[in-house]
Design a protein around this ligand. Structure first.
Ligand SMILES: [Zn+2]
Ligand SMILES: [Zn+2]
Length: 266
């Protein structure tokens, strides 16, 4: 199983998940042309995608979707509120949007489950994808880490989680006060410290590879995000073999592979 962060951050988000039995795209916040080109470089065509999963309807997650849907035939899954919003906004593709049930769905030989999240969008979520080669979890744009998020990600072999901002950089940075408040609220984004806590919980439950994503260009650096999370992991879990920890660049690709599936704890 391999996750490829094609792009990550406030200028666009899209992640490809590949395994022997299929492939999925999560979010389409970059141009269709970029998605197509980057997929091809990874040995995948748009026609190979079993589905596109959408986390929420902010433009950095869906800006390329309209054109992308003209070029491929796969269904698009999202939480009911997001699916409804997308049907209304992208009317030419109305029939393509499916509401994902909380119990999840089967796509190819994988089972896919939405993870409800707190964020200021119609109805946002992360995704858990269980493949025969391991479990992948993705949660970005998290105002707060809820029990549902922990439950949804726990046992993932490979996870992409948000590490959006360094609190000092945000507080002393260029954003206007209302935007700083929004980012720090429970409907905004996770700080590096929040991400570190989540990383400790996940790694204590078997996660072996972590990708830090949605790193702010103005209020964070990949080095600060990696430094905060790796220090927390070393301190909280000194006895554990430290997981693979990488930062997704704003413009990818960044590819992380999990070779041997581990037993799932949930
Ligand atoms: Zn976003
Ligand atoms: Zn968002």
């Amino acid at each position: 199983m391999r996750a490829v962060a094609l792009a990550s951050g406030s200028t666009g988000n899209s992640t490809l998940l590949q395994w022997e039995g299929g492939s999925l795209l999560i979010d389409a916040g970059i141009s269709a042309r970029r998605v197509r080109t980057m997929l091809r470089a990874e040995g995948t065509e748009l026609s190979d995608l079993a589905a596109i999963l959408i986390t929420h309807d902010h433009s950095d997650h869906i800006s390329g979707l309209q054109v992308l849907l003209r070029q491929c035939a796969c269904p698009v899954y999202a939480m009911p509120g997001t699916a409804k919003m997308l049907r209304a906004v992208l009317r030419e593709h109305e029939s393509r949007f499916q509401a994902a049930s909380p119990e999840g769905l089967c796509l190819s030989d994988a089972s896919v489950t939405p993870i409800p999240t707190m964020h200021d969008a119609s109805e946002s979520c992360g995704w858990r994808v269980q493949t025969p080669e391991g479990v992948f979890g993705l949660c970005t744009d998290l105002g707060v880490v809820t029990e549902e998020v922990i439950e949804g990600l726990c046992g993932a072999d490979l996870a992409l989680i948000e590490s959006n901002h360094d609190v000092d950089m945000l507080l002393h940075g260029p954003y206007p006060p209302y935007l700083k408040r929004r980012i720090r609220s429970e409907f905004g984004h996770l700080s590096n410290e929040d991400a570190a806590q989540l990383a400790v919980t996940l790694c204590a439950n078997g996660t072996r590879s972590l990708i830090l994503g949605h790193i702010s260009r103005h209020n964070n650096t990949p080095a600060k995000a990696l430094g905060t999370v790796s220090a927390a992991l070393r301190e909280a879990l000194p006895e554990l073999l430290q997981p693979e920890l990488v930062a997704a660049p704003e413009c990818g690709p960044l590819s992380v592979e999990v070779k041997v599936s581990a037993p799932c704890s949930l």
